[in-house]
Design a protein around this ligand. Structure first.
Ligand SMILES: [Zn+2]
Length: 83
């Protein structure tokens, strides 16, 4: 494994193989598709986890973020195929 592979991880969005920083959840493109309220919840629950709380809330929220992105992408693709 190369050094930059150890410092990065794949984007969390469905079907995306972008490599991103370990501190990020998704690549820029996909993160922008996550609704603000969920982005906020991701930061919030990560903080809870990192300060010794349960990771359960965080894991729940990132699942919701992933679903929100998949739904937005499906909608975008649909619009493209109609034009
Ligand atoms: Zn991505």
């Amino acid at each position: 494994m190369k050094w930059f592979e150890r410092r990065t991880k794949p984007c969390f969005a469905e079907g995306c193989d972008s490599r991103i920083s370990r501190r990020m959840l998704m690549c820029r493109k996909h993160w922008d598709l996550v609704p603000n309220s969920i982005q906020f919840a991701v930061y919030n629950t990560l903080e809870i986890w990192e300060s010794g709380g349960s990771p359960r809330l965080y894991l729940d929220v990132i699942k919701r973020a992933r679903i929100a992105v998949a739904q937005k992408e499906a909608r975008l693709n649909e619009r493209e195929s109609h034009t």
